[in-house]
Design a protein around this ligand. Structure first.
Ligand SMILES: Cc1cc2nc3c(=O)[nH]c(=O)nc-3n(C[C@H](O)[C@H](O)[C@H](O)COP(=O)(O)O)c2cc1C
Length: 214
């Protein structure tokens, strides 16, 4: 089993979000799964230009690292989205990545995959950013097994750290158990069914979305 962790802090794994993500990945590895960390600050993912090409062909016209990340996501068994809270939301790096995923979202191309989300903040409002990322997970077609977030206490430190890290490791384990058991989350299925029935969905996955160029 392989789990792809996408971190969107400009500090990469050296910041607070990276510290919390490390603990989630300890839990993932405890189950025997392989992990890969992809830091959006080390790759180039430009903002969406709204050309609609991905809706027609499944391929983004912008030539940067996005298609490679998409291929890794499609090849993964599960994934983790990690971002600091930047002005009540995710970082610009993560938002640019989400917007570029519009072709995947259009087809709910990550259906059957599971994900967890990780967030840190300066002073709280963690829940809003966690739910936003979980909603993106669902619109991609995937199921969220949950999220973890915390205000920081200093550089790479948190209040009640031992407790937080225990929960983070448990979330990593849970992600892999859900994948193995194909765990059902009925309340998310309702959202997925409603999204699936929307007109924007072409009804099939473009070959291009799956990385096959015509
Ligand atoms: C541009 C910017 C905006 C931020 N906005 C918020 C915010 O709205 N609410 C909050 O609680 N913390 C905010 N923070 C603090 C970060 O969320 C916090 O320091 C986080 O742990 C940084 O994670 P990192 O070290 O992984 O980059 C902001 C920090 C920056 C640099």
């Amino acid at each position: 089993m392989n789990i792809l962790a996408i971190i969107a802090s400009p500090r990469g794994m050296k910041g607070n979000t990276g510290r919390l993500l490390e603990e989630v990945l300890v839990g993932v590895k405890e189950t025997g799964a392989e992990t890969e960390i992809l830091s959006l600050s080390s790759v180039k993912v430009q903002p969406c230009v709204g050309c609609d090409h991905c809706h027609k062909t499944g391929i983004c016209i912008i030539k940067d690292d996005y298609e490679g990340i998409k291929a890794k996501l499609l090849a993964s068994d599960g994934f983790i989205l990690a971002s600091p809270n930047y002005i009540f939301s995710v970082t610009a790096q993560m938002k640019a990545f989400f917007d570029r995923c519009n072709g995947l979202i259009h087809c709910m191309a990550l259906e059957g995959k599971y994900a967890a989300v990780v967030e840190t903040s300066g002073g709280g409002e963690d829940a809003d950013v966690i739910s936003y990322m979980e909603r993106v997970v669902n619109t991609l077609g995937a199921t969220s097994v949950g999220g973890i977030g915390s205000p920081m206490a200093g550089i790479r430190t948190f209040p009640e750290e031992a407790n937080l890290y225990g929960k983070a490791r448990a979330l990593g384990c849970e992600l892999c158990h859900c994948i193995r058991e194909k765990r059902q989350f009925p309340e998310q299925d309702q959202f997925l069914d409603a999204f699936r029935s929307m007109d924007i969905r072409p009804g099939r996955i473009h070959e291009g979305v799956l990385g096959v160029r015509a």
